[in-house]
Design a protein around this ligand. Sequence first.
Ligand SMILES: [Fe+2]
Length: 198
Amino acid sequence: MPSTSAVPTQLRQFLLDCAARLQVLGDDPKALEAAEALTQAVADSAARDCPATTVPCLSSIHQASDTALSRQVIEMSPSLNWIPSHRLTDNGETAALMRADAMLDLGGVIAGLLYVGPGETYPEHEHEPQELYMTLSGLASWRHGGNTDYEDIGPDRCFYNKPFDRHGVRAGKEPMLALYVLWDFANAGLPSSASRSS
Ligand SMILES: [Fe+2]
């Protein structure tokens, strides 16, 4: 478990590593946009006073080990600010969010992690800001990108939801871990504090 003072540095490096991976994966210009926005936001980000918290579903996070990036998350996990999702009433029993923008001041970028426990579902939802996901671990079934059907997507992929695209995910036998990035709110307006997450 990293020391408290090392956490912001470790989280910044993780987010920069995610942005670099997005630039490699990005066959969608929106992935490159998200990567650039995230890189710029992280570069000068100040640490926020944010406690480490956990939720019950993270008891299985050691299984989310498919990629180097997800293994970084496992290592940092005890020091991160994991919270229940505002879209569920499960008290963190089935899914969790980790708001990187609560731990680092990322300016106009909202970024973090979505974790869904084995066999669990993160409910379909929609919102005005665009959102890019990069999967880090687990084969899961996603609704995304304006589609009505679900698609099986493994780790190390990225996909884009334009404003108001309905999206959700069902984890498979392994937990699902993904990075989310919302950026460029010039036309959408900043989401309220209650919904500043995936
Ligand atoms: Fe979302």
